[in-house]
Design a protein around this ligand. Structure first.
Ligand code: TYC
Length: 111
């Protein structure tokens, strides 16, 4: 058995005639967004490490490396996600920081 995949379009080709054309299945890769945390002078280093472990599934070593990068360079990448996942991460981090009264900022940017 031979299966026909993808959609087909039947076009009129004059009296009694038709042409069947294959259309390309339209697959589009989703846009990706980088989630960043920003440095500030007040959020404790240990809190930032905890955020990276909790919300971005980093182990302690990776979390510490990213936190120190942000501390020394001003901003750093926590992960790359599709729009809705990135937005959720930003909201979760901002809510968590506010709850603990830290000024930590988390943002997303299109890659
Ligand atoms: N600069 C902060 C301090 O010295 C630590 C820090 C690191 C804060 C990363 C925010 O995203 C941040 N306590």
């Amino acid at each position: 058995m031979i299966a026909a995949t993808g959609s087909r379009r039947v076009e009129d080709a004059g009296p009694g005639a038709a042409v069947v054309t294959k259309t390309r299945p339209k697959v589009k890769r989703p846009s990706l967004y980088r989630v960043l945390i920003l440095n500030d002078d007040y959020t404790p280093m240990e809190f930032v490490v905890h955020v990276l472990e909790q919300f971005f599934s980093k182990d302690r070593e990776a979390a510490t490396r990213i936190m120190l990068h942000v501390h020394n360079h001003g901003a750093g990448e926590c992960g790359v996600y599709t729009y809705e996942v990135a937005e959720t991460k930003v909201t979760q981090v901002m809510d968590f920081a506010r709850k603990h009264q830290h000024p930590l900022q988390c943002v997303m940017e299109k890659k």
